[in-house]
Design a protein around this ligand. Structure first.
Ligand SMILES: Cc1ncc(COP(=O)(O)O)c(C=O)c1O
Length: 439
């Protein structure tokens, strides 16, 4: 494959580092786990979109565009990276942010990627969930064109055949890197969302007959739809680069068992993975993509799908800026508010519960709507006889309405579950936390 035929700008030095995760490997006791640091692609704290943008912006400049238009979720890493690259090339940037997650959380709405978008001076417009966001971006591009600008519209995640070239070239880079190191790879694992990363890697590796299977860990769609999207884009990309014979459907494999309740919704596996990589390796993952992908890798090692003696490379796609948009989740996970000894408490937060906090005496759950809630508090069996149930009508007096529940001495709290009473509003969220009881 001869990629130099396509226009490109250079945004970061290659190759990105490839490092062994010695402590994680030892901790899990399974395969040798390595990490390809595409979180280190330099621009605006890096991430996988920078590779795609090298080719997308190359094409935009070849078309004399002066305005990048794109879209993503509110905490989109792709939008943040696009905005930064636009600034670097003196282009304007417009972004449509979809309220894909139903939340009023201040950090999610204002911090993390949103804060950086503002620093890069991107013109933000918001959209409600469920629209065809690529069509919205095209319509925005049309409006800008009619007003005399020269827009270049980038689809969500930069995932089209041009953006996917970034990961065709990453596959080539990785092969050269491991050949020089004398490292044999058995599996490559990465997050898969809008599909460009996964599709590009498959095309790059298949095109070189590398014999390295790629496992994409899904973050949004069910497996059949994710694999179909990745395969469609891989075929288009293979055709674009002139790869004969296309891409076999069997070369596209996704595992979508780690999405949890939905896109961008925290899972216990994600919080565990983020904390594990931070504390064992000093590596920052993100809550939406790499955290869930690593949760999948950890679980598959525990289940024996990846075995001792094998070498697994985890492609880190970046996104740690998103951690600032999920402050509350990690506050809870670390028990920051409580001080003293750590008690592990699984907190499945279903449905309309947005936040759970503790002030040493009371347990608070911020509810997004008033209603009748059933709360179950488990205390250690030597202190009290099993789960206690409380029926609570959340008052509408507070905004948002809050549930306030006295749970007795904090040391006794082991497990807490809050869910709407039968017949009341549905469940959508799931979370876990470690409460820190007072010393
Ligand atoms: C940090 C991070 N990892 C992974 C992905 C998924 O990559 P792709 O959209 O190419 O499937 C994204 C996409 O937004 C991302 O921001």
């Amino acid at each position: 494959m001869h990629l130099a035929r396509f226009p490109r700008v250079r945004l970061f030095p290659t190759p990105t580092p490839l490092e062994k995760l010695e402590n994680l490997t030892r901790h899990l006791g399974g395969p040798d786990i390595w990490i390809k640091r595409d979180d280190c692609t330099v621009v605006a704290t890096g991430g996988n979109k920078i590779r795609k943008l090298e080719w997308l912006v190359g094409e935009a400049l070849a078309q004399s565009a002066n305005h990048l238009v794109t879209q993503g979720a509110v905490q989109s890493n792709h939008v943040r990276q696009t905005a930064a690259v636009a600034a670097r090339f003196g282009m304007k940037c417009s972004a449509l942010l979809e309220h894909r997650i139903d939340t009023n959380d201040r950090d999610y709405l204002n911090s993390g990627n949103v804060l950086l978008d503002r620093l890069f001076d991107v013109a933000i417009e918001y959209r409600t969930a469920g629209l065809d966001m690529n069509a919205e971006a095209e319509a925005k591009g049309e409006a800008l064109r009619a007003a005399g600008d020269k827009p270049y519209v980038i689809p969500g995640g930069g995932s089209n055949r041009v953006g996917a070239l970034g990961y065709v070239s990453c596959a080539q880079e990785l092969l050269q890197q491991v050949d020089e190191m004398g490292l044999r790879i058995d599996h490559l694992v990465t997050a898969t969302g809008s599909a460009g990363t996964h599709a590009g890697l498959v095309v790059g590796l298949e095109g070189c007959n590398a014999g390295i299977p790629v496992l994409g860990i899904g973050v949004r769609l069910p497996q059949d739809r994710q694999e179909a999207n990745v395969h469609r884009l891989a075929e288009a990309t293979a055709d674009y680069v002139g790869m004969r014979g296309g891409v076999a459907r069997s070369a596209v494999v996704a595992n979508c068992d780690y999405v949890g309740p939905g896109y961008g919704q925290p899972t216990p596996g994600m919080t565990e993975a983020v904390l594990m990589l931070a504390r064992l390796e000093g590596v920052l993952l993100d809550p939406v993509y790499s955290g869930k992908a690593m949760a999948g890798l950890i679980d598959l090692v525990r289940k024996g799908q990846f075995r001792k003696g094998e070498t697994v490379v985890f492609l880190h796609t970046g996104g740690a800026v998103g951690l600032y948009g999920y402050n509350g989740v990690f506050d809870q996970a670390m028990g920051v508010a409580f001080g003293g000894k750590v008690v592990r408490a699984e907190i499945p937060m279903h449905g309309k519960v947005s936040q759970v906090a503790h002030d040493g005496k009371f347990l608070f759950a911020g509810l997004t709507s008033p209603g009748l809630y059933l709360v179950r508090v488990m205390v250690p069996s030597d202190l009290a006889p099993g789960p206690q149930k409380f029926q609570i009508t959340a008052g509408a007096a507070r905004t948002p309405p809050s549930l306030v529940l006295m749970v007795g001495p904090l040391q006794d709290l082991e497990d807490f579950e809050c869910r709407p009473a039968p017949g009341k509003s549905g469940f959508v969220q799931h979370g876990a936390c470690w409460l820190r009881a007072p010393a």
